[in-house]
Every structure is written in C-alpha cells, then in structure tokens.
Design a protein around this ligand. Structure first.
Ligand code: ADP
Ligand code: GLC
Length: 480
C-alpha cells in the first residue's frame, strides 16, 4: 500500500505543536507495518538546511505561479521515511514560522503557500508524478484543498483521508482562490468549499474527503456540536458515517525516561526514586530553591485560548500559597505571556516562567515535575498528558477530547483497581480546576498511594502501534 502523508510541519525539521510530532511518528509506525508511506512538505529554509535532497522533477508549472517549481526528495532524520519537498523559494524561503511571519502575523500569502502544497499533493493523487499513492493522507487546513482538487479530476485517483488536528484553525481566504487555483465555479457553494462568502480550506477538506478522521474518539463526537464544531458542526454531523476518531500515540524513543538524552539521570518503573534527581536538576536550572516536600507542577504549552491558561491564572496565588512550585514553558498570546511573567516576578521562589520554544527544557519539565497541568478548554488529542504519564508525572486535565480518552481519574474506585493515571475535572471554571489541583496535592502527601499511581501511569501503553493499525485498516476499507 502506498500513502502520501501531506503536512505543513514535521518534527524535527519544523514543529509548532503536536502536528509536528504526529507527522514524524505516525509515518514511522506505518512503515513498520509495511506501508510505503512518504511525506510531502513545503521547502522551508529549515527543511532545505537539514535534509540532503536530490531533484526528482524539475519544471513543474502550476497556475497561478509565474515560476516553475521543483520537486526534491530526501529521507527524514532517523532514516526511515522518504520525504518530498516542494522547492519554491518565492513562497517558502523566508525567515519565520510555517504559518506566521516573525512578528506573529499570518503570512500575507498563506493561500498560495498552502494552495501550492495542496496542488502538488493532488498531482501525486492523480498519478502524474513518479510516486503513485493509493491514499493521500491530509492534515489540517493547510492541506484542505487536496480533496477538492481530487474530486474534480477523472478517475483513477488516490482515495483521500482528511485528519483534523484542530478545528480552531480553518484557513479562510477570499473567493478569488477558486479561480486562482482553477477550481470549478460550482465548488464555490454551500455544498462545497464556500463558507460565509469566503473560501474555507478546512471546509473543502471536510466536504470533499473520502473519509474524515480526528485525533480522538471524544473529539470526533464533540466537533459535531455547536460548542466544539467551530461553525462546521452541521457538516461534520452530516458526514458522521464517514468520520472516526483515532487517538494519537507518542514517540516511545524520543520520550523515554530510561534513555532521554535531555535528562541528567535516567529512570523507569524499576528505579522510580531516581526521578527526584531530575526534579533537583530542574529546580537548579530554573533557579527555584530546593525543597524535599513541596510538589512541583509543570506546564508546557502554546499559550492560546485553547489551552485554558486563563482558568489557571486567577488561582495561581492560591496554589503556590502552600509552597507548591510551578515550572511553566510556553509562548504565544502576548497578554498571557505577560501575565505569567508578572506572576513569576511576584513569586520568584515559587514560579518559573520560560517564554519561548525549548525542546530540552520541555523534556526536563516532563521528567522533573511531580504533576502536569492541562486545563484545556478543548483538546483534540494532546500529547503532553501522555508524555507526562510515561514520565511518572501525574497529569491534571479537563475532561475533554483526547484528555478524556487517555487519562483515568484517581477516583477511590480507580485507585483501588489500580487503573487510575491522573486527575480529571469536569466543568470549565477556575474553581473546578482548583479543587482538582487540591485533590491531587492531597494525594501527593500519601506517598505509597502516589507511588502506585505513578507506576500505573508509567505502565500504560501509548505507543503508535495500535493507532497505526487502525489507520491501515481504514486505508484498506477505503480501497475496498
Ligand atoms: P498542540 O498541538 O495543541 O500544541 P499537543 O499536546 O498535541 O498540543 O502537542 C504539543 C507539542 O509541542 C508537545 O510535543 C509539546 O512538548 C510541544 N511544545 C509546546 N510548547 C512548547 C514549548 N514552548 N517548548 C517546547 N515544546 C513545546
Ligand atoms: C493539535 C491539537 C492537539 C493534538 C495535535 C496532534 O494541535 O491541538 O490536541 O494532539 O494537534 O494531533
């Protein structure tokens, strides 16, 4: 089976969040199962710099671009997955992120950057290039036009899966996109890619894909509702027979406390007491005073509305009042960044806030913290709660999306049956979050119960294998 996995980011080349991790780990897991999966990525500077690439197609002329583009090929770091790279310097070679300029504003030509990605994917899909995939696996709005392009070309063509990692980003542009990319005028309708008079890349993907997946079963249900559907709940609910949730796995090599290169001391279920050395090292690195008793809570996140940081802010004084410390790493919304920094100034011995993106520190927080906070308002899957459980760092999460599907609450019943792996709260208020944190802090003092909770969390299997098998079964179903 041949699959083209189309994505706008892939760790370790370029990553802004969980999609980057998934785009690295899922293709690797699919290859282990014998799928010939290859990636397609835009040629950002970081991609061109890190890969050694050779040309496979020159002179691909794609309306509306003035200049022809080239298609290059290399291999993902780790040596497993081939990756096709679109070389179009005018669109991709500039400093900044995949979606945004260095000042944090969206690129002025994102419809071209990702319209081109989609158009090249569609060339693969109609078997005009060397690699002829049976399945095109699209991810999020930057690849949303692929199913639309494929719908309007003659058979045979690849079947098309659209995976939603986040409904909150939709890629909405002016109606001129239809003509710009040579899509038929009839596509610009309610029964197509039109969305309130604009073109929605995400809606195009959801409307035209042969199958829609999202990254957890609970999120698959949630997005059919007004609260979580971000305006597309009607379409999703109409397509519910072709929509399923497959929970993400984690990269068991990159996120392994027994061999993680970013840690000062390795540990696992057999020598869990060594974890505390990482706590000491983390406090030292963050200039938090040492403490034998005080718990340390970690948080690593894009700082956006999604992540529920605003639920946490008002209760931080209450949490740290008892000596509990906080280690926070994140970047995003400037107002949230500032508020967090203010709190760190106010409580320098209790709160450390690192603004920015820091892969090493993220591993050190996962290993060093006692608990990990994820009060997300919505969370399609979430990876950090799974990293946390693997590292014996007990997650405190809101009951939504993938958090609800992967964390088992430490209720008395679940503690007794040794199935508990974390703390889960319902509701959406600071008060409910605070009670949940207090429940966790209470249990933290009961050392043997806590140890057993950590061991249950660490023993859970979050590897990609099971989910990768579900994707293979889906591809097979689509191919009949
Ligand atoms: P999302 O994709 O919504 O951001 P996920 O939980 O799926 O959420 O994945 C987030 C990924 O990004 C994790 O690997 C996490 O460790 C990483 N991450 C987020 N913010 C930072 C940061 N400031 N520094 C380092 N890694 C980060
Ligand atoms: C998104 C979601 C996150 C998910 C990730 C990978 O960015 O916000 O919950 O884990 O994609 O699927």
């Amino acid at each position: 089976m041949r699959v083209l996995f189309v994505t706008s980011e892939a760790y370790p080349l370029v990553k802004t969040g969980g999609l980057g991790d998934v785009s690295f780990a899922l293709p690797n897991a699919l290859r282990v199962l014998g799928v010939d999966v290859r990636l397609l990525l835009p040629g950002y500077p970081a991609v061109l710099r890190q890969l050694s690439l050779v040309e496979v197609h020159e002179d691909i002329r794609l309306y509306p671009l003035q200049e022809p583009v080239r298609l290059l090929v290399g291999t993902m770091p780790g040596g497993l997955t081939p990756v096709y790279v679109i070389d179009c310097p005018d669109l991709y070679v500039r400093e900044g992120g995949p979606y945004q300029a260095p000042d944090g504003s969206d690129w002025y030509d994102n419809e071209l950057r990702f319209g081109l990605l989609s158009k090249v994917a569609a060339l693969f899909g109609n078997h005009s290039l060397l690699f002829k995939p049976d399945i095109i696996h699209c991810n999020d709005w930057p690849t949303g036009l692929v199913p639309a392009f494929l719908r309007f070309i003659p058979q045979p063509r690849a079947r098309c899966v659209m995976s939603i990692h986040n409904m909150a980003y939709q890629g909405i542009f002016g109606p001129e996109v239809v003509e710009l990319f040579g899509l038929p005028p009839e596509s610009f309708s309610m029964f197509g890619l039109e969305y309130h008079g604009q073109v929605s890349f995400l809606k195009a993907g959801l409307f035209y894909a042969d199958w829609i997946t999202t990254v957890s079963p609970t999120y698959a249900k949630e997005i059919q509702s007004l609260k979580y559907g971000c305006g597309l709940e009607g379409l999703l609910s109409e397509r519910r027979e072709n929509l399923s949730g497959i929970v993400n796995g984690i990269d068991m090599v990159a996120w392994n406390p027994e061999s993680d290169p970013f840690l000062s001391r390795h540990y696992g279920v057999k020598n869990l007491p060594v974890k505390v050395r990482n706590t000491q090292a983390l406090r030292a690195r963050l200039k938090l005073p040492p403490s034998k008793k005080a718990p340390l809570l970690g948080l690593i996140s894009r700082l956006t509305e999604q992540k529920g940081i605003d639920l946490l802010l008002p209760i931080i004084p209450e949490i740290v009042k008892t000596g509990t410390q906080l280690a926070i790493l994140g970047s995003g919304d400037k107002a949230l960044e500032e508020e967090l920094q203010q709190l760190a100034k106010l409580y320098p011995k209790l709160i450390s806030v690192s603004i920015g993106y820091d892969e090493a520190l993220s591993h050190q927080i996962e290993a060093g913290a006692d608990m990990f906070l994820m009060p997300s308002r919505f969370e399609p899957c979430g990876l950090n709660q799974m990293y946390s459980m693997r590292y014996g760092t007990i997650p405190i999460v809101r009951c939504t999306g993938g958090l609800a599907d992967t964390v088992v609450d430490a209720s008395p019943v679940n503690l007794r049956s040794k199935t508990a792996t974390g703390f889960v709260f319902e509701g959406e208020s600071s008060g409910e979050l605070l009670s949940c944190v207090q429940r966790a802090l209470g249990l933290f003092r009961q050392k043997s119960v806590w140890r057993s909770l950590q061991l249950s969390a660490m023993s859970r299997d979050f590897s990609w294998e099971k989910s990768a098998r579900e994707y293979v079964a889906l591809y097979q179903r689509l191919l009949g």
